[in-house]
Design a protein around this ligand. Structure first.
Ligand SMILES: [Zn+2]
Length: 320
């Protein structure tokens, strides 16, 4: 991906493209932002820039270095991930320190990408500090973290922080459409909106295929006619852990209730789950649930306090 193709975040892109043009990119960068805002994608673009052999307009995207970088097989781009066990512990940092002074294998520079640095303990950060203070030539460090504040002040002061944010919903839709062209417009729009322009979160929602949400929706339906409220309350609270999940589960419940209504009048081509559920409740009750679900879904379109929403949803579903 080229820097110009990276969605939103115009300030960061302007700053980076200026630095790239003038060859003034700092030797250490911290990219911070919520999960899904594109930290790793941006890190890879910068890494590609650093190894690209083109004389102008780096990264060119076509030279052998760019191609290897894109396939994540460039020998001068190293990745360490704080989410892997020992990925960014003191020993891993010491290994980086000793290898950083060795010349690049084939490119003009060597890049170390350090992902999920919020997992890096203080001892490892202190070990890392030594190399940030006296950086070897032609070496670039790109750290990513949910929040740069999770890193020691001493590390931050020797790096440049770039903060990423979710992007404009329309721009996010366009980007998602390019990345998953097989998904329908409807699916893309609803996932991007549910995730508030967070492209990574929307992609995850689309990729998971809503399967988990579907299973949860079925469990909720099964729990509605039970004599005790506890099971249903546990499930509705699980469904509303975050807005995106709440929307997904409510959408699945809406589809499922529509199917149950069909099943209750003996229609064919309905899912087994719907047939089974329709046997346990009267048609009148199923239609009331359908109404309730549609109302509950519309409530989610305005900003609602999710702490109470799960409890409220449970009580309105049991109302009939
Ligand atoms: Zn190139």
């Amino acid at each position: 991906m080229l820097l110009s193709e990276f969605a939103g975040n115009d300030e960061v892109k302007t700053e980076l493209s200026e630095a790239m043009k003038n060859n003034t990119l700092p030797h250490a960068l911290i990219i911070d932002g919520a999960k899904g805002t594109g930290k790793k994608t941006l890190a890879r673009i910068i890494a590609q820039y650093s190894v690209c052999s083109s004389e102008e307009n780096r990264p060119c995207g076509v030279c052998p270095h760019c191609l290897k970088a894109e396939k994540n097989i460039h020998p001068d781009i190293m990745t360490s991930d704080g989410n892997n066990s020992g990925g960014l512990n003191v020993e891993a940092i010491r290994n980086i320190r000793s290898s950083a002074y060795i010349k690049p294998n084939e490119a003009r520079a060597k890049v170390y990408m350090l992902f999920n640095c919020e997992k890096m303990l203080a001892a490892a950060q202190n070990a890392f500090l030594k190399i940030l203070e006296e950086p070897p030539e032609n070496v670039m460090f790109i750290m990513t973290a949910i929040s740069a504040a999770s890193l020691l002040q001493t590390v931050r002061s020797r790096s440049r922080t770039l903060s990423l944010y979710p992007v404009d919903v329309l721009e996010a839709q366009e980007t998602v459409r390019k990345l998953v062209p097989d998904k329908s417009d409807e699916e893309i729009i609803s996932s991007v909106r549910a995730c508030g322009g967070n492209i990574g979160a929307a992609l995850e929602m689309l990729e998971s295929g809503g399967e988990e949400a579907m299973l949860l929706a079925q469990e909720i339906f099964r729990a509605i006619p039970l004599s005790t409220e506890y099971k249903l309350l546990t499930l509705t609270n699980r469904a509303v852990q975050n807005r995106a999940s709440a929307i997904q589960v409510l959408d699945r419940m809406s589809e499922l209730s529509a199917e149950c209504v069909k099943a209750s009048v003996g229609a064919e081509n309905v899912s087994e789950a719907a047939v089974e559920l329709a046997k346990k409740m009267s048609r009148r009750r199923i239609m009331k649930i359908q109404e309730t679900v549609s109302h509950a879904r519309s409530v989610l379109d305005v900003n609602v306090n999710l702490n109470f929403y799960g409890t409220w949803l449970c009580s309105v579903l049991r109302n009939y």
